[in-house]
Design a protein around this ligand. Structure first.
Ligand SMILES: O=C(O)CCC(=O)C(=O)O
Length: 277
């Protein structure tokens, strides 16, 4: 136990499926990460998040550093123990006045882990409030069986296939308001969503997903992870390379091969078979 999370934080995480807000860096540090992100965006184009929708921390050293911020790993250690794998990450950036949204969904419906001792940490690089489209959670939804999802393919939906939970009752939803440098940690089965950005400010958050090494990957070709703290005494996950610098050639080769497997229709159909409703 690192002691970053209090007993009541841990109880809340188990009961509600989330804990927030947690300050893991100063607002100034978050602002520097925002600047680096926006420089990357300026170089690579505005569609960086779509191009790098999975594991971008393998390509950019600054993302690896962000996801391994010691205070963040301390909180994750309190939830899952001292041995920590980072399995994926994603950039969630909304522009000012951005009509895009994220429908209610559970990440567990699309990735395979057993047991589901998996947590996502969403770090705010800007403020994230109701008016600029903050995350929303359905507390306790992680304790019930997975809900049926459908694909809408809505162009304004930031999820790749516009996935959404069918017939959800969101009357108990909570808004996850954060300041720059704070994060929220949620269980991988917790139902979550976000509304369009109706403000003149950007809303940028970066998600990192963690599990302990005794958790097994259950999808073929989705069995690689990066050990970010402690030891892996189980060997269920193939180790990934650590980026020593941005666009490290070794990591780039690795990433391209990974992406080819990830986007392989067979991998996708296996995920769908496993979570068929
Ligand atoms: O940032 C958002 O608006 C959505 C994030 C999300 O769906 C996720 O972290 O899985």
């Amino acid at each position: 136990m690192s002691g970053k999370l209090s007993q009541s934080d841990l109880e809340r995480a188990r009961r509600d499926g989330s804990v927030f807000p947690l300050r893991i860096m100063t607002a100034d540090q978050a602002e520097s990460y925002r600047r680096v992100y926006e420089e990357t965006e300026a170089r690579q184009g505005r569609d960086v998040p779509e191009k790098l929708s999975v594991k971008p921390h393998l390509l950019f050293r600054w993302l690896f550093e962000l996801g391994t911020t010691p205070a963040l790993l301390d909180a994750i250690e309190d939830l899952i123990g001292p041995d920590i794998l980072m399995t994926t990450s994603a950039i969630w950036a909304k522009h000012a006045r951005d009509p895009r949204f994220v429908t209610w969904h559970q990440d567990s419906a699309y990735f395979g882990y057993d047991p589901l001792e998996v947590w996502g940490a969403w770090i705010a690089l800007t403020d994230s409030h109701v008016d600029n489209g903050c995350l929303r959670y359905l507390p306790g939804s992680h304790t019930r069986p997975e809900l049926p999802h459908e694909e809408t393919w809505d162009a304004e939906n930031m999820l790749s296939r516009g996935q959404r939970i069918i017939g959800i009752d969101d009357s108990n939803a909570v808004n996850v308001e954060l300041e720059p440098g704070e994060c929220t940690i949620h269980h991988f089965r917790l139902a979550h969503s976000s509304e369009p950005n109706r403000s003149d400010r950007r809303r940028i958050g970066i998600l990192f997903v963690f599990c302990p090494p005794h958790v097994r990957p259950t999808l073929a070709n989705m069995d690689t992870a990066l050990l970010v703290r402690g030891e892996d005494r189980h060997g269920h996950w193939k180790p990934e390379p650590r980026p020593e610098r941005d666009l490290d050639p070794e990591c780039l080769d690795y990433y391209n091969a990974f992406l080819a497997r990830y986007t392989d229709p067979e991998t996708r159909s296996e995920a769908e078979r496993q979570h068929a409703v």
